[in-house]
Ligand binder design. Structure first.
Ligand code: ARG
Length: 263
């Protein structure tokens, strides 16, 4: 029950941001700003980052460009969308203008994806047109190995800058540095989640810093490789509640096979 509540509240679609909450209203990081606790960045620094939006231009999730026509994102971002309703903005620091806006030809998400446990929270989009690499648009490599505990990683997105009363999204891309925790450590007694962290997940933590609502599907990057996909968390930047990501190294085979099947 606890688990279900956490997932529901931490992964509400962007339309419902701020509608509910589970952590204390006196969260000290509430007003700290950016992704949560991060700072403004540019697309040139993270040229693999894309924004998934609906036809009306509302950003609902992030994603990562991995080849000329494939975006990797979270399964929970795609669940309730038809391809015809999704647009992908690439090559812009601002989610609402600039760069290029591309339509989607096909989508797929993992057969093992579970809405209750969020295991296998990975999906891909095939773009309706090929995009060339530029200074602001680049393909990122999929990690083959999950980085060791303590490896610094950067998470980026246009998600909310706090968990409470953050109704609007920042227009400028935000970044924050967090540190890798493998799923066992993340589910250990050193943190607060316990056995709800599974082997298809990897965590990243730093006090007062985290991804948040609207960052889902977006990239967690270490050593220029895509290591994680923003998936869930209990609140955002809550003490001893790391950000949880789909583990790209573990899900890599599925990603590669699914890309092939969509060709
Ligand atoms: N599920 C959220 C989304 O759909 C992302 C939550 C990430 N939360 C966190 N504390 N790292 O945008």
């Amino acid at each position: 029950m606890h688990r279900l509540l956490a997932l529901l509240l931490s992964c509400l679609a962007i339309g419902q941001i701020g509608a509910a909450s589970v952590s204390s209203p006196f969260d000290p990081f509430e007003h700290e700003g950016r992704i949560v606790g991060g700072e403004e960045t540019t697309i040139a620094a993270h040229p693999y980052q894309v924004s998934l939006q609906n036809k009306r231009g509302s950003h609902f999730c992030g994603g990562s460009l991995v080849s000329k026509n494939i975006v990797v994102t979270a399964a929970h971002c795609l669940q309730s969308y038809k391809v015809s309703n999704i647009r992908v903005r690439l090559g812009s620091t601002l989610y609402n203008e600039g760069g290029i806006l591309v339509e989607v030809e096909a989508l797929a998400y993992h057969e093992g994806y579970s809405t209750s446990t969020l295991e296998y929270d990975v999906g891909i989009l095939k773009l309706a047109q090929d995009v060339e690499e530029t200074d602001d648009i680049r393909y990122i490599k999929l990690a083959e190995v999950t980085p060791a505990n303590g490896t610094p990683a950067v998470v980026t997105g246009w998600g909310t800058k706090c968990y409470f009363w953050c109704m609007s999204l920042p227009k400028t891309l935000q970044e924050v540095i967090v540190y890798i925790l493998d799923w066992r450590t993340c589910g250990s007694e050193d943190y607060k989640y316990g056995p709800i962290v599974y082997d298809t997940m990897v965590c990243a933590y730093e006090k007062g810093k985290d991804a948040c609502q609207g960052d889902s599907g977006g990239p967690l990057v270490a050593d220029d490789e895509l290591v994680g996909i923003v998936s869930w968390g209990y609140g955002c930047a809550s003490s001893l509640m790391p950000g949880v990501y789909a583990d790209v190294a573990t899900l890599r085979e599925w990603i590669l096979n699914t890309i092939k099947s969509l060709e």
